[in-house]
Design a protein around this ligand. Structure first.
Ligand code: GLA
Length: 384
């Protein structure tokens, strides 16, 4: 969508032109899954699918939201402390406002129209996109002196405190800092980052959507996080380490009297994934795409068997990807329990392999999977 189209929707709702229109992208992640909250590195990128918000100032203290795609409204006064809404979607906006107010920024009433083309529930972070769009909109509406990094952590805290998902920083960072044709190697310990060019000749980034909505994701996600914290605390009792980044499989095994069962498996996955991500980046730098793909498959196995955040549909797609010579690598992406598989596929073979994998999917689950070709785009921005 362009600025004029979003502005027209805004005018239909609010009978005036918006002051700003913002586009904020969803994200993919090549490798480094479930390690952002474990002081690991991740390799995400912004995609060319967006949440759009259009905003104007009001003369009162009301926040008036219109979700155009749901045809729903939400209104909140700024005169009382903001509380999470039972409708769900307003919390991505309210959580950001709540955090900005708590940090001492001045926010007054505003109108906001929300629309977008990011598939919802597909694991490509429409929620982070809306949070980033909101904080970006506030920066411009109220002339806030806030850095890009602070906008990212504000958006993340909105999700943690208002939505109730104790997520890491990857999604919001990728949405805000995305750069066309580049992946971001983000050090989640200190938010330092480097951009890597990611344009592979003849290879496309394809998402296969299970259409399984990841409803389990928030409770299970928070449980995984707690299990990792438990495991790390036990490792620290035995070894003088600060984070998982300094831990090794040998240490984990040496602590296996106190770290057992699920907690052991979660820690094993995290330690392996942190090392795998580093190996994958070296493959990328050396142009070894086959090695990179092999690491993606290994990540999937770890997420499925050790971290246990996959599901039958995701496993089925990845298994069938492995049979295809035209697929370099594939794995489930994001929080898990549904959503998409990310696959690197020879561009000329995308249709052919989709049809074969989808046939298997239909045979097993009685319905089709989806397919999206992803371009890597720029991060959150004003449209002009
Ligand atoms: C979700 C979270 C991220 C990250 C991924 C898993 O997308 O929002 O912070 O933890 O899951 O890598």
């Amino acid at each position: 969508m362009n600025k004029a189209e979003v502005s027209t929707l805004f005018a239909q709702q609010f009978n005036e032109a918006p002051l700003f229109v913002i586009a904020s992208p969803g994200r993919i992640n090549l490798i480094g899954e479930h390690v952002d909250y474990n002081h690991g590195f991740v390799l995400p990128a912004a995609i060319d699918k967006y949440m759009y918000v259009a905003v104007s100032k009001r003369n009162d203290n009301q926040i008036v939201l219109h979700a155009a795609d749901l045809n729903q409204n939400h209104q909140n006064s700024l005169d009382a402390p903001l509380q999470p809404s039972s409708s769900g979607w307003p919390n991505y906006v309210l959580g950001v406002i709540h955090d900005l107010l708590a940090a001492g920024y001045s926010i007054a009433g505003f109108n906001m129209l929300i629309t977008g083309n990011i598939p919802i529930g597909a694991g490509v972070s429409s929620s982070a996109a809306l949070e980033c769009a909101t904080v970006f909109a506030c920066k411009h509406l109220f002339d806030l002196n806030i850095s890009k990094e602070a906008m990212v952590t504000t958006a993340q805290r909105a999700e943690n405190n208002f939505v109730g998902v104790n997520c890491g920083v990857m999604d919001q960072f990728a949405s805000m800092f995305g750069k066309a044709d580049h992946v971001i190697k983000l050090d989640c310990a200190d938010l330092s980052y480097t951009y890597f060019p990611f344009k592979l000749e003849g290879i496309s980034i394809v998402l296969f959507d299970t259409f399984v909505k990841h409803t389990l994701a928030s409770s299970e996600y928070n449980t995984r996080r707690e299990e990792c914290e438990t495991g790390l605390a036990a490792l620290r009792q035995k070894f003088s380490i600060g984070t998982f980044r300094e831990a090794s499989l040998a240490m984990l095994d040496a602590a296996s009297d106190s770290i057992t069962g699920n907690v052991y498996n979660r820690c094993k996955y995290v330690i392996e994934e942190i090392a795998r991500m580093e190996a994958a980046c070296n493959h990328l730098l050396a142009g070894e795409i086959v090695g990179f793909g092999a690491r993606m498959y290994e990540t999937h196995t770890g997420l499925s068997e050790l971290y246990e955040v996959s599901c039958a549909e995701l496993d089925n797609i990845v298994q069938n990807c492995k049979k295809e010579n035209a697929i370099v690598g594939a794995r489930m992406m994001g929080g898990g329990f549904g959503g998409c598989v990310i696959a690197l596929v020879q561009t000329t073979k995308v249709e052919e392999v989709f049809n074969r994998i989808n046939n298997e999917y239909q045979n097993k689950f009685g319905r089709s999977m989806g397919k999206y070709l992803m371009q890597i785009g720029d991060g959150t921005r004003l449209l002009d």
